[in-house]
Ligand binder design. Structure first.
Ligand code: TYD
Ligand code: MG
Length: 452
């Protein structure tokens, strides 16, 4: 019989090599190739004597028991989850260090424990005393949460096996966990994946809702464990600028709900406070209109949020290459808009530095913001404010046309409710008076006439 060929599988990308190498030829990660165990061939006898167990089928058309979701006690967290924690589900909570993941989860843990449900919070980053100190500061130290400082997955699972399964299990963080059956230091891809696998199996078998905290690397992916994203049911990301107060909890993947709902929080002295009505949050709240500022009615899930976009243009005397800096928006998109404004509207930005900022640490990705950005740029260039209490929405094409956007009516109604009566938008947007409908970018310039 021929000897079976050895195979080595990259633990990061799944690439297959036929010899061991230090670096994966597919994804260039180091020390990720692991020999694959040779596959065992089962006998194909169709009875149960070969050691298999009968699989239980359920009928799709027969009513089954719907799992009851557990509310976290934080309505904004529940909203982002699509209505609470599903029993037996695994949630990956990603975010920059220091953004408030531990705080959010401790708050949710305490609320669930106060309702009389079992909650276990395992911290691999802080000592139990440190977590308790934080709980005291948050006014939660009386909640019957079981705290442990541990990093060994086998110890954690053994201990959990001796007690009734908790309603919620928090593992903070998965990168600090370690399994002695797997090689490598904590935080390596194989450790993270192996530990998560064992913990998820526990959650599924016992019906425990489990949250795994995952740190985000510089490039924005949840560190190493991209693989984790496939293993868990829900991937959430906790975002915001650390220097700003506001935090947004977003579902990037959700097997049990929509991914476009967000939860909005404010980080205060006593932990995270929920922001139930975020529509005015990202406005600077000044009364006088300023040159270079435009308001965009963004959509967050089903809720409109007004966001202020600020542009600053500095003319350069020397022939130095002008800077373009963007915070909260895509720099490629800014370059495109500048090019459209130059070639379709005859404006000249080539010797000017352009700075664009989305106020309040908000991050915009909606193409409907194009018109608001263009209006802010034109207003900054002309040094004239846009009409008071106006909002701008529309996608800008390369030809300089203003394209329709989704939910225009809803956005404009919300803006009007908040006193922003003038909505400038695409020609076919319902609810916009005729004189405010724009079909082309050139019309923006009429507003701030005589742009240089
Ligand atoms: P933390 O939850 O430890 O972040 P993560 O787990 O995502 O790393 O939050 C840490 C930051 O939050 C820290 O910089 C201090 C701030 N903070 C407050 O402003 N108020 C509070 O009540 C708490 C507990 C933390
Ligand atoms: Mg933490």
């Amino acid at each position: 019989m021929a000897k079976p060929k050895r195979r080595y599988i990259c633990q990061a990308c799944g690439g297959v090599s036929h010899r061991w190498q230090g670096q994966c030829p597919d994804c260039a990660e180091w020390n990720t190739l692991v020999e694959d165990a040779p596959a065992t061939v089962f006998s194909m006898k169709h009875d149960l004597s070969s050691g298999g167990r009968a699989v239980e089928f359920v009928d799709l058309d027969k009513p089954g028991k719907m799992p009851v979701r557990q509310a976290t006690g934080l309505a904004e967290f529940d909203r982002a989850l699509g209505g609470g924690l599903v029993p037996g589900s695994a949630i990956l909570m990603g975010g920059d260090p220091g953004i408030g993941k531990s705080t959010l989860l401790l708050q949710a843990a305490a609320k669930i424990a106060r309702e009389g449900h079992g909650v276990v919070y395992v911290s691999g980053e802080e000592a139990a005393g440190q977590v308790r100190m934080r709980a005291e500061r948050l006014g939660l130290s009386d909640a019957p949460v079981k705290l442990a400082a541990a990093t060994g997955v086998r110890d954690i699972l053994t201990t959990l096996g001796t007690m009734p399964p908790p309603r919620l299990l928090v593992i903070d963080s998965i990168q600090t966990m370690h399994s002695d059956t797997i090689e490598g230091a904590p935080g390596t891809v194989s450790q993270v994946r192996g530990c998560a696998f064992e913990l998820i199996r526990y959650a599924k078998e016992t019906g425990t809702a489990m949250v795994l905290v995952g740190h985000v690397t510089k490039d924005g992916t949840i560190a190493g464990p991209r693989v984790l994203e496939h293993m868990v049911d829900v991937v959430m990301s906790f975002e915001g600028e650390r220097s700003h107060q506001y935090r947004i909890l977003r579902a990037l993947k959700n097997r049990f709900g929509a991914v476009d709902e967000i939860g909005v929080f404010a980080m205060a002295g006593e932990g995270l406070e929920e922001v139930a009505n975020p529509s005015m949050l990202f406005l600077t709240g000044r009364d006088e209109p300023l040159a270079g500022s435009a308001v965009f009615p963004a959509m967050e899930g089903t809720r409109p949020v007004l966001v202020e976009i600020q542009a600053l243009i500095v003319r350069l005397q020397s022939g130095a290459t002008p800077r373009r800096a963007v915070v909260g928006w895509d720099s490629g998109r800014l370059a495109m808009l500048l090019a459209v404004l130059e070639s379709r509207c005859g404006l000249n930005f080539s010797s000017a530095e352009v700075y664009l900022n989305v106020a309040g640490g908000y991050r915009l990705s909606d193409p409907a913001a194009d018109l608001a950005v263009a209006a802010a740029l034109v207003s900054a260039l002309a040094d004239k404010p846009l009409p008071d209490r106006s909002v701008w929405l529309g996608e800008v094409s390369l030809a300089g046309e203003i394209r329709p956007v989704a939910h225009a009516g809803l956005r404009l109604r919300e803006a009007a409710k908040l006193g922003f009566g003038a909505g400038f938008g695409p020609a076919d947007a319902k609810g916009i008076p005729q004189k405010l409908r724009y079909s082309g970018l050139r019309q923006v310039m009429n507003l701030v006439d005589q742009v240089v």
